[in-house]
Design a protein around this ligand. Sequence first.
Ligand code: UT7
Length: 329
Amino acid sequence: MAGLWQAGVVGTGMYVPEKVLTNADLEKIVETNDEWITTRVGIKERHIAAPEETVSTLGARAARQALEEADIPPEEVDLIITATITPDVPWPASACFIQRHLGAKQAAAFDIQAACSGFIYGLAMARAFINNGMYRTILVVASEVLTRITDWQDRNTAILFGDAAGAAVLRPVEAPRGILGTYLGADGSKSELLEMPGGGSRHPASHETVDNRLHYIKMKGNEVFKYAGRAMAHANKRVLEDTGISIEQVDLLIPHQANTRIIEAAARLSHLPMERVYRNIEKYGNTSAATTAVALHEARREGRLGPGAICLLVAFGGGFTWGSCLMRL
Ligand code: UT7
């Protein structure tokens, strides 16, 4: 393997807005209680963006931290991929705004939209671009301001979401370090189970779509729940098979943070003890594409992923989409 270079993560960053909304705060907004949220979902608090904050401002902060850690000036970034379902505006891409905030003048920029799996999809794309030699330095930014599309009258969803951004900067690294494999999947026949129906070409924004609250997240939680754990376990299995790495070799699983019970199911179905599974859902709630990016940064910062450690990222979300990414730090 000596002399082989492949895409790898060389820096990570994260940002969460200052304002915190606890379960006790939520009790004043919808009919719910701390005990239900804690036992059924595992969230204690979430962060809420200030009015002037957007996906691109959150994302730029996380990206700057990732670049600083890697000691790479913004001018050396070749491409910015932003994964988000809550862009600053429907278009142009939030990645372009992030490019502007960073002063990354040489970078191409575009958004991808794979809901909660967006960071994994972004890593897979960045890996392909680097491994085929098209680009050398790529920023993958997962940023969400989900509380702007949260229906604060719907207790089924209002308790779940938060705002955050995570970023990773990728460059060629020497094997055996780097991204060992990725696996992506989707099932469009289930798209209505988790969606924001208003504001697109099917239901363009109108007084009617606003009156019908179509610009908010709609989710059949129970139905989504049934798929999530199994789909993530499947994605884990596939990427491990493809790379010839066994589950015993995985030092840390970083799953999408949607529900503690889903995380436990994915771990159990993947035959991984919870000691080797990363969880921070209690602090941030479900921040869609950002959960895995933020968790990757925190796990590295906490020393849970030292040099040479094998990390498996996995996610599931609207679409449905799912995906996994196996890397050696
Ligand atoms: O990130 C993308 C993927 N998203 C996910 O993976 C989310 C997947 N879904 C879930 O995590 C869970 O389905 C939820 C957390 C959304 C809901 O948990 P659940 O265990 O599926 O609850 P449920 O919807 O079956 O509701 C159980 C009970 C109901 O009461 P009854 O009918 O049994 O009397 C609900 O009305 O809990 C009630 N309930 C609540 N009670 C207090 C629902 N929401 C709340 C609430 N507070 N916020």
